[in-house]
Design a protein around this ligand. Structure first.
Ligand code: UDP
Length: 254
């Protein structure tokens, strides 16, 4: 097979040219980064788990009419996606205080918020993804007011759906981040969910015990990240309940 053309390499994923026009292949790496890539490691099996979990969530969203870039999974680490024009914003939705909002506003982690709160961050690694307001977004032409209204509506639908999905398997959705992109239908533009939705981009707490099942396990050195992500996958019915860790290769039997 001819080598594929790489379109973009990010911290946790690589994009390749897809088999048909208007598509990309999204490859999930095992690399984990936090604190704007100051902390980094390779965690065997993470890419496989995130590919499966993101597939599960994105297909379910497509199924209820929330448009996403996901087309189908190709193999353990790759999925076929629609090409979109990425809007350079990280859209965070919060239900419960944790992470940066707790630090910035002095709200104890775990405190339920009075309503879902949406925040925007400008995607720029060199600047450390600064928080921006709708004023900045419109003034600098990253999106217009109609786009922002569409993004908020999309983010809230994703929040409602994900909150219920995780609640059903004993997990509290504390917060999450999505990215969005534009697609064109002739002259009409639509904004759809892009990137990934996985424990790398959500805060997920076990309802009974409060155990963290997301990237905070890596950020805060709380144990095995693959154990946490496998637990999420098992509860969602993606991995069998008695699944063991992925094996790295054949073992010599004496
Ligand atoms: N998040 C993300 N990518 C980022 C920043 C945040 O996926 O570059 C997610 C993060 O996992 C959490 C939510 O967005 O689920 C809110 O993150 P927060 O602002 O609290 O930042 P953090 O504590 O990660 O610095």
């Amino acid at each position: 097979m001819a080598r594929r053309r790489m379109v973009y390499e990010g911290k946790a994923k690589i994009l390749y040219e897809g088999p048909e026009p208007g598509t990309y292949i999204q490859y999930f790496k095992d690399d984990a980064t936090a604190f704007n890539a100051e902390k980094r490691d390779v965690i065997e099996g993470k890419g496989v788990l995130n590919n499966r979990i993101s597939e599960h969530i994105m297909s379910a969203l497509n199924g209820i009419g929330v448009p996403t870039h996901f087309i189908r999974r190709l193999n353990m680490r790759e999925q076929l996606i629609r090409q979109v024009e990425i809007i350079p914003l990280e859209v965070v939705v919060r239900n419960v205080a944790a992470g940066s909002i707790s630090k910035r506003l002095g709200i104890e982690e775990g405190e339920p918020l009075p309503r879902p709160i949406i925040e925007f961050y400008y995607k720029d690694d060199a600047l450390g993804d600064p928080m921006v307001s709708e004023e900045h977004i419109v003034a600098f032409n990253w999106a217009n007011q109609q786009d922002i209204d569409d993004i908020i509506a999309l983010a809230l639908r994703v929040n409602d759906f994900l909150t219920g999905l995780f609640l059903g398997v004993g997990i509290k959705l504390v917060d999450f981040k999505i990215e969005t992109g534009r697609i064109w239908d002739g002259d009409f533009q639509r904004i759809i969910v892009a990137d990934e939705i996985s424990p790398d981009s959500c805060r997920l707490w076990d309802i009974e015990t409060g155990r963290k099942l997301d990237k905070d396990v890596f950020r805060r050195d709380l144990g095995s990240l693959t154990d946490a992500y496998s637990e999420v996958a098992k509860r969602l019915g993606i991995l069998p309940q008695n699944a063991t860790k992925p094996r790295s290769g054949p073992k010599l039997v004496h």
